[in-house]
Write a protein that binds this ligand. Structure first.
Ligand code: ADP
Ligand code: MG
Length: 398
């Protein structure tokens, strides 16, 4: 996957169209509640400024489904980006059209324009080629740095690459470097820790990882489907009845591949889905029929910690319990701490897992926290990422 990077191109004085991921969370008053995604785009933007490009940024925001929805405007992003750079960011009235064309034409070196939400046009998510061509006509060079959407084929990341010299930006380069290295060339033992809600969301990832890892630790609600596959009773815990057979197959596959798959031996259970419920810790063969499993137990935490300590590469996707409630956060917190302390490559993929690590204040201690939930999942599933495939190969290497 050797793609041309931004450093391979001469950008001086050129109009560079950059697909970034500015899909930030907004509150009701359109205040940005977390600007991590804007910050992640800064290395590429700063490089283009240093190299005197004319910069045209574009992104989607949320799902306006092809309609202009004023509260999904990128205006708050233009403001925040301008504060971060200490520099004007010209907000465009749209992403295509006469007025945008004219304003973009007048850009000088080191000036920045931000196009309006690409998903205000339904053509965007259809990967419409005319729409892509219109976007491409604004610029001389295309750079994709929106890792969060690389698993989608849309006009603003895939379509547009057909019409311009193209490269990946620093964020995508970094994401590929860490994720690819961990998956394809891991220092061993290589351990994956999986949790979260649904087995069905993560079947392809589990299947792919069973070809790669030495250890697979399973927590979260997902564990109950596996426990049922082993004939345990799981009370009212969240699980997928229709995936129990599949869980059996995955357990078999682990055995055949020599993967050390570890399921929890104890769980924290509650009599209702509530932080103030009655709470007990029981072994997995003792879950009463009316109770709900909401976190991994202390024996499991200790066992997982030991595996983590002995690992050299660890990929984590999915919280171990309902970490949003204090009384069920211990499993997730303990695993996060173990990852923070171990001398190993530690990679976090998945939106909720990343926000758990952030909430615990442990982000800095991880090797890499992937910025794209769905995109990192697609990566761990071993799927092709159209937003990366569309970029020109680097001809200088091999
Ligand atoms: P990610 O976004 O990291 O891929 P998921 O979206 O798959 O993770 O899952 C995150 C959610 O899983 C969290 O909101 C958490 O509350 C929930 N969860 C974890 N364990 C349980 C459990 N035992 N029962 C119900 N929900 C759980
Ligand atoms: Mg999630």
């Amino acid at each position: 996957m050797n793609k041309q990077t931004i450093m391979d191109l001469d950008v001086k004085g050129k109009k560079v169209l950059v697909r970034v991921d500015f899909n930030v969370p907004l509150d009701e008053k359109q205040n940005i509640t977390n600007d991590k995604r804007i910050i992640s785009a800064l290395p590429t933007i700063n490089y283009l400024l240093d190299n005197r490009a004319k910069i045209i940024l574009m992104s989607h925001l949320d799902r306006p489904k092809g309609k202009v929805i004023p509260k999904l405007s990128l205006k708050p992003v233009a403001k925040r980006l301008s504060e971060l750079l200490g520099k004007e960011v010209k907000m465009m009235p749209d992403c295509i059209g006469k007025e945008v064309e004219q304003q973009v034409k007048q850009l000088k070196e080191c000036e920045i324009a931000l196009l309006e939400n690409t998903r205000f046009h339904k053509e965007e998510t259809n990967n419409d080629s005319e729409f892509a061509k219109t976007l491409a006509n604004l610029a001389d060079i295309f750079v994709n740095d929106a890792f969060g959407t690389v698993h989608r084929a849309h006009s603003s990341n895939v379509g547009v690459a057909q019409y311009l010299p193209s490269a990946i930006g620093f964020l995508i380069e970094k994401e590929i470097k860490y994720l690819n290295e961990a998956i394809e060339n891991p220092e061993r033992p290589f351990t994956a820790i999986l949790g979260g809600v649904k087995v069905s969301d993560k079947i392809d990832m589990i299947t792919n990882l069973l070809e790669k890892v030495d250890n697979l630790l399973i927590g979260g609600a997902m564990m109950f489907t596996f426990l049922r596959a082993m004939d345990y009773q799981t009370g009212r815990s969240k699980l997928e009845e229709d995936k129990i057979d599949l869980a059996k197959e995955l357990l078999n596959k682990a055995k055949n591949n020599g993967v050390n798959l570890i399921l929890p031996k104890d769980v924290v259970i509650a009599d209702k889905f509530d932080n103030d419920a009655d709470i007990k810790e029981v072994s997995v063969n003792n879950i009463p029929s009316e109770w709900i499993g909401l976190d991994i137990g202390s024996g499991t935490i200790a066992e997982f910690q030991n595996v983590i300590k002995a690992s050299k590469t660890i990929v984590w996707n999915g919280p171990m319990g309902v970490f949003e409630m204090e009384n069920f956060a211990k499993g997730t917190l303990s695993i996060a701490k173990a990852l923070a302390e171990v001398k190993a490559i530690t990679i976090i993929g998945g939106g909720d897992s990343a926000s758990a690590v952030e909430k615990f204040g442990l982000s800095e201690a991880m090797t890499h926290i992937s910025t794209g939930g769905g995109a990192s999942l697609a990566f761990l599933e071993g799927k092709e990422l159209p937003g990366i495939s569309a970029i020109q190969d680097d001809k200088s290497s091999r």
